[in-house]
Write a protein that binds this ligand. Structure first.
Ligand SMILES: [Zn+2]
Length: 616
């Protein structure tokens, strides 16, 4: 099937003007990227764009696929120079659309040279030993032209001795330079490259090629445990069993291991960018986190890349995307990614239970549920995704991931109960994501989801989804847990998933006892307005300096909360509120509280059926 091309009437005039200025069909943009300064966070790029004399607008990619937002890093584009026949061509930026640049191509000129630098913010896409090259950062294209209609020939120069991997087909390699085969602009942007001084490629399956490509800050970080390798191989098999087909010619997991190269998780049709910490392959907690990440991003090749919401599918990098179906795009992916991690053995059943408990408790305790339906967290993705930690509980954030996960787990359990063990959400995936094709986009709408669910098993799926997605619900959808033979409970034993997040982000998550998230320095990051911390007056930004008269430490606060079960039922906190010292008294008797799943033996254990290995 063809990529959906929508009509954009407002842009028709712009498109017509640009078509006059770009050259005859068949000529390609030639792009040379010099990555030899990658260790200093700089990429140099030079583009030769076929043009015709007259007005021309160039566009720097703004709406980035997978990010669902206008996140093109425009501020990182520096030293822009346009030249024609060796002479400078003046440019101006559009007053309204700042990603667009206007110029006039001089008479007799048929090629325009565009050169600029991409200065990456330290710790985002590169380290001293590796780099993630995202092509959308290093190119401009004639504005208004469909990404499929533009073809690009790309060359990259790498730092000496660095190796690389990408889904992009290679035409020629010589020393540290690589020429790639001509591809459409759409495919190019969907096929990033990783490069690094310490590099390893592991074939997971040879036909078609599934490869784990690893760039790391140190040679030691490349060491892979045998059970991890087996889990990765199982992941490929389990995904094939789940979806019943693939939509890629080969698949590259582009794994970068660096504490300062920035964490990343971005999906593509034939690859994924999976960025984690340097020690991720040896540290147990980080390895569990990586299993989830790989399952999630790999799932996107089917759910997000092949099947994509129609209103998230745009013909270029300028048309705005609409996020209202992200509870499918990201929510279903969040669910299936975790299920695949468990089915492939990268996660234990206990890891899965703890992760589900963590998500269920967080969603169920969002006070923002009282004003904001789930769909609004998706529609407002441009704001919810980068939103600050402060006041997140009352604002809600990207709940379309986590509540979306709970919603799809509930749908899975309903199908299993209705189908008396013969049907499951796997059948939905076969119908919705299955078949064998190359990389293409098949769009869908809300109605298509309802129709396919009804093909699997008749049920009032429209009302089921409408109620959970579009209406205000004071409680999270926990039917997948209860229907799956488990209960969400709270006790004083730390939740493993929460403990990992606390260690990574250096904070204490006391959300389910006094309703407080506080960093290890005592700074309040968020409160739940319904619970004792906020009720006593605590608010984000305040710094706790003492607990029951003793100097602040994480341990002191933990001890004070634990002691409330036997003690006076109060905690006194000394607080620095913007330079003013204040005292807050919390009334609380519940001790420490963390979420877990507990087996309900009166019901069938469907959750563990869901995560049992399915591939032969
Ligand atoms: Zn995702």
């Amino acid at each position: 099937m063809k990529r959906l091309v929508r009509e954009y009437r407002l842009l028709t005039l712009v498109v017509l003007l640009q078509v006059c200025a770009i050259a005859a069909h068949g000529q390609n943009i030639r792009m040379s990227v010099d990555a030899t300064d990658a260790p200093h966070n700089v990429l140099h790029t030079r583009l030769i764009i076929p043009v015709k004399p007259g007005p021309l607008s160039l566009f720097y990619p703004k709406w980035i696929p997978g990010e669902h937002s206008p996140t093109g890093p425009l501020n990182d584009m520096t030293s822009l120079h346009l030249t024609a026949d060796g002479k400078p061509v003046p440019w101006t930026r559009d007053q309204v659309e700042m990603f667009a640049f206007h110029c006039v191509v001089p008479p007799g000129v048929n090629e325009l040279e565009v050169a600029f630098d991409d200065v990456s913010q330290p710790g985002t896409t590169m380290s001293a030993r590796l780099a993630r090259v995202k092509w959308n950062r290093v190119l401009v294209y004639p504005r208004g032209v469909n990404g499929d209609a533009i073809h690009v020939e790309t060359t990259i120069k790498l730092p000496n001795g660095w190796k690389f991997a990408t889904a992009l087909p290679v035409a020629r390699e010589r020393r540290n330079e690589v020429d790639f085969k001509e591809v459409s602009l759409t495919e190019l942007v969907d096929s990033p490259l990783i490069t690094g001084a310490n590099f390893r490629k592991i074939t997971l399956e040879s036909t078609p090629l599934h490869e784990m490509d690893i760039a790391a800050d140190s040679p030691a970080a490349l060491e892979v445990k045998p059970e991890t390798l087996l889990g990765w191989q199982n992941l490929v098999k389990e995904a094939a069993a789940l979806y019943g087909g693939r939509h890629y010619r080969g698949y590259h997991f582009l794994l970068t291991l660096s504490d300062i190269g920035g964490s990343e998780g971005l999906e593509h049709h034939e690859s994924s960018e999976d960025g984690v910490g340097e020690k991720a392959l040896s540290d147990t907690a980080q390895l569990i986190d990586l299993g989830d990440l790989l399952g999630h991003e790999y799932t996107h090749s089917w759910n997000g890349k092949y099947r994509r919401p129609a209103d998230l599918t745009t013909p270029d990098f300028e048309q705005p995307m609409q996020g209202d179906l992200l509870w499918v795009y990201e929510g279903l992916t969040e669910y299936l990614g975790k299920v695949l991690a468990a089915r492939s053995g990268l996660w234990s059943a206990e890891n899965f239970h703890e992760a589900v408990a963590d998500v269920a408790a967080e969603m169920d305790n969002q006070s923002g549920r009282s004003w904001r339906p789930l769909v609004d967290t998706a529609t407002a993705v441009q704001f919810t995704y980068p939103s600050a930690r402060a006041w997140m509980n009352v604002r809600r954030r990207v709940d379309y991931y986590f509540e979306g996960m709970l919603l799809w787990m509930e749908a899975d359990v309903i199908i299993r109960r209705q189908g008396r063990g013969k049907l499951s959400l796997d059948d939905f995936c076969h119908k919705f994501h299955g078949g064998q094709t190359g990389p293409l986009v098949k769009t869908y709408t809300f109605d298509d989801i309802v129709t396919t669910l009804n093909e699997v098993t008749p049920y009032d799926w429209r009302s089921f989804l409408n109620e959970r997605v579009n209406l205000i619900n004071l409680r999270a959808p926990l039917g997948g847990i209860t229907g799956g033979g488990w209960r969400l409970i709270y006790n004083d034993k730390p939740n493993e998933e929460i403990k990992f997040t606390e260690q990574q982000r250096k904070f204490l998550d006391l959300s389910y006892s006094i309703g407080l998230i506080v960093n290890t320095d005592g700074v309040v990051l968020d409160v739940n307005p319904e619970l004792p911390a906020a009720k006593s007056g605590l608010a984000p930004g305040m710094k706790i300096v003492s607990v029951n008269g003793r100097s602040w430490s994480a341990e002191t606060l933990h001890d004070a909360i634990a002691a409330t079960k036997q003690g006076a039922g109060a905690i006194e906190l000394g607080v620095d509120n913007g330079g003013f010292h204040e005292t807050y008294k919390l009334t609380y008797r519940g001790g420490e509280r963390y979420p877990h799943l507990e087996r309900d033996t009166t019901a069938a254990n469907l959750l563990d059926d869901i995560i049992r290995p399915h591939a032969h």
